[in-house]
Write a protein that binds this ligand. Structure first.
Ligand code: S3P
Length: 169
């Protein structure tokens, strides 16, 4: 059973981490923290602007520091950026400091949900075909990290009640 302390939702861009985090937090009656939103508020610029100004390496460092230094309440649901589990020891840190759930989707499912590509610096300017190739490649690369989650759920059409039940298993 996944302990209901700090629940970290991880997975590829477009898998629904932010939405599911809000729904789960409301069901668990606890705060929700969206780490991308924390960075945006803290830096006073969007993730796309931060990438453009400072580059990806600086973003990954900031993202890792934000993950590890955020003053989390004892019980909360945390939505993470899609790349976060794949850098430094972030995945290990989340597994040691809370429960981790991988919201898994196939590349075509992800592509069908990735509409607003301009706000995501890694997807800027891609058409559907380029996006599918990119998602297939990146997901293959990231799978080794994502699959270290304590719980892996099929996130397509996932109902929050179903997610609640998986937490109790
Ligand atoms: C990224 C995912 C984004 C954001 C940044 C990089 C990634 O978060 O952190 O654009 O590397 O997959 P979402 O997964 O919330 O879109």
């Amino acid at each position: 059973m996944v302990k209901q302390t700090k629940v970290f939702l991880i997975g590829f861009m477009g898998c629904g981490k932010s939405t599911k985090a809000k729904q789960l937090a409301s069901r668990l009656n606890c705060p929700v923290i969206d780490l991308d939103a924390v960075i945006v508020a803290q830096e006073g610029q969007t993730i796309a602007e931060y990438f453009a100004e400072n580059g990806e390496a600086a973003f990954r460092k900031l993202e890792s520091e934000t993950l590890k230094n955020y003053p989390y309440p004892d019980t909360c649901v945390v939505a993470t950026g899609g790349g976060l589990p794949c850098f430094f020891d972030n995945m290990e840190w989340m597994n040691a400091n809370g429960s981790t759930i991988y919201l898994q989707m196939t590349p075509p499912q992800l592509v069908s949900r990735l509409h607003n590509r301009e706000k995501r610096p890694l997807l800027k300017g891609m058409d559907d075909e380029q996006l599918l190739a990119f998602v297939e490649m990146k997901l293959a690369e990231r799978d080794a990290f994502y699959s270290q989650a304590q719980l892996v759920v099929n996130a397509f059409d996932l109902d929050v009640e179903e997610l609640m039940r998986s937490l109790d298993q």
